[in-house]
Design a protein around this ligand. Sequence first.
Ligand code: ATP
Length: 644
Amino acid sequence: MPTKTFEFQVEARQLLHMMIHSIYSNKDVFLRELISNASDALDKLRIEALRDDTLNADVSDLHIAIEADTDARTLTIRDNGVGMSHDDVVQLIGTIAKSGTAEFLQQMKQAENTAAAEGLIGQFGVGFYSSFMVADEVTLLTRRAGETTGTRWASTGEGTYTLETVDEAPQGTSVILRLKPEDTEDKVFDYTDPAKIREIVKRYSDFITWPIRLATRAPAAAEPPEQENDEAGERPEPETLNSRKALWARSRDEVSDEEYHELYKHISHDWADPLEIIQMRAEGTFEYQALLFLPSHPPRDIFSQDNKRGVQLYVKRVLIMEDCEALVPEYLRFVKGVVDAADLSLNVSREILQQDRQIQLMHRRLAKKVLSTIREMKANRPENYASFWREFGRVVKEGLLSDFDNRDTILGISSFATTHDAERPTGLQEYIERMKEGQQHIFYMTGESRSAIERSPHMEVFRDKGLEVLLLTDPVDEVWVGSVPEYQGRELRSIAKGEPELGTEEDTEEAKADREQQREEYAALLTWMTERLGEDVKDVRLSSRLTVSPACVVSDTGDVTPALQNLYRAMGQDIPAGKRILELNAGHSLVEGLRRAHAERPSDPALPGTAELLYGMALLAEGSQINDPARFTQLLAERLERTL
Ligand SMILES: Nc1ncnc2c1ncn2[C@@H]1O[C@H](COP(=O)(O)OP(=O)(O)OP(=O)(O)O)[C@@H](O)[C@H]1O
């Protein structure tokens, strides 16, 4: 078969260039990555064989073999797993299908130092390509289980790769590395040295469930007696390097954090350590063990539709499903880990799992356990919690819309930006503890950013009276906050909806009388304005929330806010634009002037324009758009002219 040469896709070339010029200081991890890929391929084959008994594949001795040749300076990592078809190789190895590659490369270029670059690569993961950190040529020979021909791929990592169809290829994948010369200064060690290989496997891959066997030329220890007469005296029995112990079945004090971290990295394809380790065990009629991890940062596709979520499902130490979404709710989709159940059928399907009562029970218990871990982290490891919430808070809050059983717990572990402290978000409990005397409600406002909310006229009276307001700026906040009525008996109240009800008004007889008098004075103006602006607003009334601005617009208590309307429209739902309420500040001289002018000259032709301007200004002040900017500008220009 002819060998054909191909060019790497631009992003792949750039990524390889980075690898070759070794931005990552710990080069040993290439072996972890290759073993991890091999182990995944073995898992996939076993799962396929379970589901398809016509698959023509050998599953009798699934394992990973490492062969080191000191003289030739080659290192081979071989598995007899699922392998890749010709198309798979082109797609998976020649190109980089990951979303966000271009953006990642851009960030990489801008990374200021090695630590920053390593942090970035940790978020991205480059798996197979990391072999170019230690090899100046990489050959991959692979045959998909069930197919007859194989594919050889080879590259020096410099722009091109070759592809060739081969008739003789064992099932699975071999990756053959022609190693770069040893250079301890650059942390490229002698990777043909059995001691080095043992050390790396022990360190990073000990838990891998498949045997990792090392075949070396020189036997490591005295040969066992039955081998003495073996004619291939130089080819000793391969040595299994990993203990293959299931970490979730061992007690916490037997396992080091580093071992847990390596299992996490293997499962999640993350290069960074996890933030939290969660272990649980259920005994009784339905037994299972779970080892879950909270990552330290979200995967790039956490908000994408095809984000792979879920944990690995094992049945008595045998992996039967990679991303079992039936076990964790969607709002905890970042949780990674393993659940090992004792009594499930090995070839249970996703559909059956979704309906299985035991699985639903596990789902509930796992969700509760994760939430209680976050609560415990909030109480005892505030720094970890703060970092967790920064990274995942937006996702967790989705649970307020879907998990009614755990709503209070989710509210309890949530944090929100607040006017109380610009630097530190607050929990609801802390908010309640700080509430002013007489204050009944938890006040919040939604908006695009902290600064937009802070500038909004709705904040004025709250700022004046020192009442704390939560600043909700995540898109999901718009949605949940409308459906969560209260926390610990305290109503959640938007400061941009309905009447503020501050609870701190001095309700003296005098104040009441003042307000009554004001209402009477303004009655005619308000009726007239409601009529004039009737196409845009449903009511014009006096405000108790304004202290500086002349006017603002608010929504009625039960109304869908404009931001939420936009959100629904973005999702393709047709939502009619509802009318809002215009509030006037009776203490503002412009409003007072308008009242006087209306009382004295009700048919003055300039009055309607002023009313329109007031409404337009209220919209602009909260960051909304005005219906007819040209008309607004014209009215404004006319009035400015008169001042000159
Ligand atoms: N030994 C192997 N056997 C079968 N398929 C493999 C093997 N090695 C790699 N692949 C395929 O190539 C793909 C790309 O591998 P690569 O290591 O670059 O990335 P990854 O493992 O998907 O993710 P990460 O970059 O996080 O490690 C894998 O997802 C897998 O489908």
